[in-house]
Write a protein that binds this ligand. Sequence first.
Ligand code: SAH
Length: 353
Amino acid sequence: MKQDLKSMTLTEMQQAFKTLGEPAFRAKQVFTWLHRGATSFDDMTNLSKALRIRLSDQYYITAPTIVRKQQSKKDGTIKYLWRLRDGNCVESVVMQYHHGNTVCISSEVGCPMGCKFCASTLGGLVRRLAPSELLDQVLFSQLDSGLPISNIVLMGIGEPLDNFDAVMQFLTLVNSPDGMNIGMRHISLSTCGLVDKIGLLAEKKLQLTLSVSLHSPDDESRSKIMPVNRRWNVDTLLSACRDYFEKTGRRVSFEYTMIDGVSDSPEQAELLAKKLAGMQAHVNMIPLNTVEETGLRTSSREAIRKFQQILENHGVTATVRRTLGSDINASCGQLRRKFEGTQKEESVCRSGE
Ligand code: SAH
């Protein structure tokens, strides 16, 4: 069984090369090649032919292929559908902001969390991604688009904290000075609220931004739209967020989807403000993006304005998220693991077919 070389950190690679009887600097050469997007050992021209053959006997190099690439005519946002080594597919989105280019990456093929408004979870979880597959989305988005990526958001398909170890390994990889060297402060991780894992993450004291998908301040409506709330309710989640801030010194950001008749009442705005009082928090309001299968609708402009006003009256900072790539279905919660095309195209993204 060959091993996944790109999922290894430089230190792990140096160890592995030692057992091959190779000097440590060779590992650094290989690491650099991989993190520049080399897809074959034959590309690594500063290694001897013999070493290249030995490596290819023991390791494989992941390299997703582009099944589909769409670019928004409105704002230049690019959405990629990648085909992975085993035939599964995931999406990533490159967004251009004045402060730099951001890539939104997927953490799993499908998602086990079952949020009622989200397209990514419709078919459940297929599998978790490897560290290399997380890195590849950043690397190949940059290489293909020609847009230097300075920021990463783990807000695509999947629940990053459900794939905890691989995501932590990915952070080490992408943060490496010998690799893409993207600083932790330029990375955001979004979770639906896995409280045990928020605790583990806090222990690591990383400087990344934690975003929590709250979407409702009361257990009754949150449990309706987010099954995870039945395991860890709103108060338990908010208490984990307070601990997170205490341990890391990093302000937690809350995502709040505005769903007509579900999460957008003035009473809910009041309750949210009350629950966030005294907390270093920021609320990111997201008008619901329509996913046909869900039957849920976005709130009216008036309801959104009023909700934001109530939060601000209570001193809670709230912004309404700008929607990018809406003409190519690249907005929040609309990413899918399957290609919504003809049968023939869809089968491209399934393993074993
Ligand atoms: N699993 C993680 C990250 C992926 S989703 C999480 O739950 O946070 C990224 C954000 O998009 C989350 O806040 C999610 O709740 C939100 N989202 C999902 N479906 C949406 C939709 N249809 N409209 C608007 N936001 C949505």
